[in-house]
Design a protein around this ligand. Structure first.
Ligand SMILES: Nc1nc2c(ncn2[C@@H]2O[C@H](COP(=O)(O)OP(=O)(O)OP(=O)(O)O)[C@@H](O)[C@H]2O)c(=O)[nH]1
Length: 393
């Protein structure tokens, strides 16, 4: 597995939007055996009216992938033509170039499909996969990363989080989590797990599923990475920011209900006050939000660099000189700021709310970095020229 925390390059701001008619791409991830293929087959066999191309990443060649995937879509036998396999490595590292090549090949047959789903291996880090869509100019204009969907095995996820860094990464990067295999755990366990997952990623939606059965509009065409003509993205990011007001980490033991026996007290917020949440002692991945009352300077923001421990950034920004809300989306060291069509209401407080998800986040430094992006007109003592900027967002 690659370790992006150690190898993250400098910031590459990505201001451009995908072209009109760009094909939506969903990245489907989740730890080994969580139900990714079950979800894929569920989607493929539903009546959605889409011609979906599938890119399937498996380790080795011991399995016949075509045996695992539903062969016939609703409209006949499209899938045989539109199923691509990436073997002998993981798309987040060794076969990343193969993914780009496969996508380019797919685009040459553009008339055959109108949606792409990429199913990663159970050990993949979705961050570098998502970054492909922002780093390759041709892909960026032809494809639109729609969402990262992470399937979670309710029965085993707590153990996986203890044992695997990838399990936490897959949750950290998710736009939507499917807490699957709900039939194998109690309702109380589902509630505790949901709380724990929110402690890792407070900015995603969680759907509890059995065999990944879910409304398709909660899986496809979510438009999580680009603001569309409505203010939906801005609104949901703001809500996520509000929900993530304090870092929350939860106990990692699968069967461990919080109590004195874990030896940890309630989690402490960075301000030192108790969040009242159960403790946690493993993944180290958490979420918190920073709110600014001052407008942000986009030039300053572009010049800043997300700290390499940040996996995802989502937010709504009030930008100096604009009446519109802006949406901030980031994956690792890449980020994208998009103007929405939604304007701030005259009596609405212009608050910029940014949610950070990552491992061992230093709230103080991130806040300092964000405050370095406050516009000069806001009158902040830290606003102003690029030379003032801390180099870490
Ligand atoms: N009990 C139960 N079993 C499920 C559920 N969803 C999937 N399964 C089963 O879990 C097993 C693994 O499901 P897959 O869909 O193959 O999981 P995967 O994530 O694609 O697995 P890998 O590709 O090996 O990582 C299969 O036997 C499924 O039938 C569920 O909600 N409840």
């Amino acid at each position: 597995m690659s370790d992006d925390e150690d190898e993250a390059p400098c910031l590459v701001p990505v201001p451009s939007a995908p072209g009109a008619g760009a094909v939506p791409v969903t990245i489907l991830t989740g730890f080994l055996g969580s139900g990714k293929t079950t979800l894929l087959n569920y989607v493929l066999t539903q009546d959605h009216g889409k011609r979906i191309a599938v890119i399937e990443n498996e380790f080795g060649d011991s399995m016949d992938i075509e045996q695992l995937i539903a062969k016939d879509g609703m409209d006949g036998s499209v899938l045989a033509d539109n199923l691509f396999e990436l073997r002998n490595g993981c798309i987040c590292c060794t076969v990343k170039d193969d993914l780009v090549t496969t996508l380019e090949t797919l685009l040459q047959q553009r008339s055959k499909f109108d949606y792409i789903i990429i199913e990663t291996t159970g050990l993949a880090n979705p961050g570098p996969v998502a970054a492909c869509f922002w780093l390759d100019d041709a892909l960026e204009s032809a494809l639109r990363l729609d969402a990262i969907i992470t399937v979670v095995d309710a029965k085993n996820i707590a153990r996986y989080l203890d044992e695997s860094r990838e399990a936490a990464l897959q949750i950290a990067f998710a736009d939507r989590l499917l807490l699957n295999k709900s039939d194998l755990v109690s309702a109380a366990r589902v509630a505790a797990l949901s709380s724990r997952l929110r402690g890792i990623n407070a900015a995603c939606d969680i759907e509890v599923t059995h065999r990944c059965a879910i409304d398709l509009d909660k899986v496809l065409d979510l438009r999580c990475f680009h603001a569309d003509s409505t203010a939906a993205a801005a609104t949901s990011a703001a809500a996520a920011a509000a929900a993530a007001a304090a870092p929350v980490e939860l106990c990692s033991d699968a069967e461990h209900e919080h109590g004195d026996s874990c030896g940890h007290g309630a989690a402490q917020s960075s301000s030192g006050s108790s969040s009242g949440a159960p403790c946690v002692h493993t993944s180290g991945v958490s979420t918190f939000a920073i709110t600014l009352t001052e407008a942000v300077d986009l030039v300053a923001l572009d010049a800043s660099r997300p700290h390499r421990t940040v996996y995802r950034i989502k937010g709504v920004l009030a930008v100096a000189g604009s009446d519109k809300k802006y949406v901030l989306q980031g994956v690792h060291d890449l980020f994208d700021v998009t103007e929405t069509t939604a304007a701030w209401e005259p009596d609405e407080p212009r608050l910029s709310k940014v949610v950070f998800i990552g491992r061992g986040l230093d709230r103080g430094k991130l806040e300092e970095g964000l405050r370095g992006c406050v516009a000069a007109a806001s009158g902040s003592p830290q606003s102003g020229t690029k030379s003032d900027l801390p180099d870490r967002l």
